[in-house]
Design a protein around this ligand. Structure first.
Ligand code: GLN
Length: 324
């Protein structure tokens, strides 16, 4: 006990948060349901057993368990952050003319636009995300990509890279997304060269991170847009409420209503098997486990978040308090 290193270990290991995530990791490790996102050929090669949980608090404490250093492509989770950048580039009113904020109740890749306005329904589904990404400013494709990558750097505190194999894999098979982009071009919802907009969208989906990075990004959103580790402001705090509102109502696609009802915190999933959840003013949560349910959400990820929310009393409208 006299060795300060030991003392630190004992303190950290006895943290109630660490204890809970260790228990959940052990409990849900044996849950092997779900399938990999094989419509993107490179994602079908991922090891389905990978599993990690990480929590980062707004005061910068990190609690993690499992394969938290394993890199994966963030897929749809990128939509949250691209939306923030589009809001900063154009302001709320203009972005609203291009992308709505209404849940679809449909799959993430549904080919639908709002009947009257011809806008995609919201920025968390593919159509809306492609429209959002087409709004990112920059003189040419490279500058736009660099602005996106720099934005991710602010959120996580270090440089990020695009996984070229996953990008190429999706670019050469993403015909459904290409069809949506053409439809939106037809209705004047995208002005830019659509191949360039799609490339940028596929690139943002192929940005690589680990579970800890994802939790830091969530914690940054929880911390009014300031990275709790570096202190850097990643996004204008005026837009936090826009971002968290659409995450809450649309982030889990056609599971968003049930998620809001049961788990009760803004979240976003991706077909990589990642789920990122934000407890405003408290913490960011990330779970990574690749096998997905029929809606494209990580099977273990949903279970872990559900139990975490119950045990820590995280539901935004829960008045009964934490059970740990
Ligand atoms: N890149 C994927 C796609 O466009 C992202 C989908 C997702 O993660 N739900 O289909």
């Amino acid at each position: 006990m006299s060795n300060p290193e030991n003392q630190e270990k004992i303190e950290i290991n006895s943290s109630p948060l660490l204890k809970v995530i260790n228990e959940l990791h052990l409990k849900y490790k044996s849950l092997t349901e779900g399938t990999l996102a094989n419509y993107i050929p490179e994602l079908a090669k991922v090891n389905p057993d990978l599993f990690s949980i990480c929590i980062v608090t707004v005061d910068g404490q990190i609690y993690e368990v499992g394969d938290s250093q394993q890199l994966f492509t963030i897929q749809s989770i990128s939509k949250v952050f691209a939306y923030g950048l589009a809001l900063e580039d154009h302001g709320r009113d203009y972005v609203l003319t291009r992308v709505g904020v209404e849940p679809t109740g449909e799959a993430f890749n549904a080919i639908i636009l709002d009947e009257q306005s011809k806008r995609p329904y919201n920025p968390m589904v593919n159509a809306g995300a492609i429209a959002t990404t087409s709004l990112i400013k920059g003189a040419g494709a490279t500058e736009r990509l660099n602005r996106l990558l720099d934005m991710f750097r602010r959120y996580i505190g270090h440089d990020v890279f695009v996984d070229i194999s996953v990008f190429t894999s999706e670019r050469s098979t993403g015909h459904r997304n290409r069809a949506m982009a053409h439809l939106m071009l037809n209705f004047g919802m995208i002005n830019q060269n659509i191949e360039e907009a799609l490339d940028l969208y596929f690139q943002q989906c192929a940005v690589m991170m680990n579970c800890r990075d994802l939790a830091v990004m969530a914690a940054t959103l929880a911390n009014r847009g300031a990275n709790p580790i570096t202190g850097e402001q990643a996004v204008d705090k005026r837009y936090i409420k826009d971002i968290l509102s659409v995450m809450y109502t649309c982030g889990m696609y056609n599971f968003a209503g049930e998620w809001a009802y049961k788990i009760g915190i803004p979240a976003k999933s991706g077909v990589c098997g990642g789920i990122m959840a934000v407890v405003p003013h408290q913490m960011g949560i990330a779970v990574f486990s690749p096998p997905l349910d029929s809606r494209g959400n990580s099977v273990r990820g949903v279970k872990v978040c559900e139990e975490l929310s119950q045990r820590l009393g995280l539901h935004l409208f829960d008045c009964s308090g934490s059970q740990i």
